[in-house]
Write a protein that binds this ligand. Structure first.
Ligand code: HAM
Length: 437
């Protein structure tokens, strides 16, 4: 780079389109949500799994499916410079979890219940609720074939939404049966659509022979009548598949969970069989799918493992947080209990020691930090205490120092009340400052 180029004014950088910074105070909401998730997962005995963000491209081509939108057009893939292998930023994590389960033989001694939280990447057109990097919470139960686990999976989501105070979330269910049942339905579907080719849009014509089931998912208003009349997969299911589906519905109802069957719910990924479901809201515009999942009994074998039944879901955390905000639950901002106002450098050692003692007693304290030369006037420090949202100011001034004490000033109740507290027994008055349990 030439000297001239080096000294040219640098344009500030911006985040990649569709990828967001999560900043305070919003990040406090994320942490609050993540804490809720972790404690609920503990109650359901689901354990955390962390897999790499980068996986071989072939894993998604085979697992997610060649004819899905994800694999056809949304993956961030690149070549490993050393060996030329094609790698991909994970667009979803079910294939990654199954890869890890096979690689480490996780189900050798029975089933595994797992969950993960982390970023996923899809090259979609960004809009509200749809991003190119987004966070998913996912749960996968591996090695259980009965309908009860499908229900447990949905209860988990239902309970999480209840814990978060969310309202008006509905559950749609469908069954995609077994591959052979889908094959018979596929033939009928292709025949039906072939007879009405002129009514299919270009997307549907393209999908007719690769993934006709997805045509049922179309949002095109001009095709709604056509897909309404199309052969329904539920009519092609055998007795065992219907019995599985019926048990899921009955058990959900017995747990007081409301659901409706949407025979056109097909999900956008290729690995599903039997139960599929989505949790939806009408309050977020076009991106109303909060959570989607289902059974994927064939995926282990498809990825080179032993036959292993499995069921799971993924949830878009940006969408969940957006709904929390929309429904007025979003005022949760973390603020410190106290802000330490420090008169000058001679009080610093005492202040630092006192703050450590307060934190050890569970009080959250923000220390005033000034410039290299001076801490700033008391007035400016009080301004910062106010901005911090803290309920108390702790004043370390010369008078206090002389008495081995600190003044605790109330900032939020309008009283401005002040009490002098002794530094000899911090633990005895610390609980009066604490707002957390
Ligand atoms: P999915 O339906 O593709 O399923 O994604 C699950 C959820 O992730 C969606 O319901 C939505 O809330 C969120 N989501 C998807 N794409 C975006 C985006 N571009 N921006 C923001 N949020 C998004 C799966 O990914 C499967 N792995 C779920 C699963 C797990 N099935 C079985 N196990």
């Amino acid at each position: 780079m030439s000297q001239k180029e080096m000294s040219a004014k640098v344009e500030p950088f911006a985040a990649v389109k569709g990828m967001n910074d999560i900043l305070p105070p919003d990040s406090a909401r994320w942490e609050w949500l993540e804490d809720k998730v972790r404690s609920l997962m503990g109650l359901y005995a689901y354990r955390n799994i962390r897999t790499p963000i980068v996986e071989p491209t072939a894993l998604f081509e085979r697992g997610t499916g060649q004819s899905t939108d994800i694999v056809e057009k949304e993956m961030y893939s690149f070549e490993d410079k050393l060996n030329g292998e094609s790698l991909t930023l994970r667009p979803e994590n079910t294939p990654g979890v199954v890869r890890a389960a096979i690689e480490h033989n996780l189900t050798y001694a029975g089933g595994q219940r797992l969950y993960y939280m982390g970023p996923m990447f899809r090259h979609e057109r960004p809009q509200r609720g749809r991003y190119r990097q987004f966070y998913q919470l996912g749960a996968e139960a591996l090695g259980f074939s009965g309908p009860a686990v499908d229900v447990e999976m949905m209860l988990l989501v239902h309970e999480l939404f209840a814990n978060l105070g969310l309202r008006n979330v509905r559950i749609e269910l469908n069954s995609l049966g077994l591959p052979v049942e889908r094959q018979a339905h596929r033939v009928a579907l292709i025949t039906y659509f072939e007879q009405q080719l002129e009514l299919l849009d270009s997307e549907a014509q393209r999908r007719l022979h690769t993934n006709p089931l997805r045509i049922l998912d179309t949002k095109n208003p001009a095709m709604q009548a056509l897909v309404q009349q199309a052969p329904q997969l539920l009519n092609y299911l055998g007795d065992a598949s219907l019995a599985h589906f019926d048990t899921v519905k009955t058990l959900l109802s017995s747990c007081g969970v409301r659901w409706s069957v949407n025979p056109r719910l097909v999900r956008g990924l290729d690995y599903y069989s039997h139960t599929v479901f989505e949790f939806l809201t009408d309050e977020l515009g076009a991106q109303g799918a909060l959570c989607g999942g289902g059974r994927y009994d064939g995926l282990f074998e498809l990825l080179g493992g032993k036959p292993t039944p499995a069921v799971g879901w993924g949830m878009g955390l940006e969408r969940v947080l957006e709904l929390i905000k929309t429904q007025g639950q979003g005022s949760r901002v973390l603020v410190p209990d106290a802000y330490a106002v420090i008169a000058d450098a001679s009080a610093m050692a005492v202040a630092l020691q006192t703050l450590q003692a307060l934190r050890a007693a569970g009080v959250s304290v923000q220390m005033h930090a000034g410039g290299a030369a001076a801490l700033g006037s008391m007035k400016s420090q009080f301004k910062k205490a106010d901005i911090s949202g803290a309920r108390y100011a702790l004043i370390f001034g010369p008078d206090e120092l002389a008495q081995n004490a600190v003044t605790v000033k109330s900032l939020r109740d309008g009283s401005g009340a002040q009490v002098i507290q002794s530094l000899a027994d911090v633990a005895s008055w610390a609980p009066t400052l604490q707002s957390r349990t």
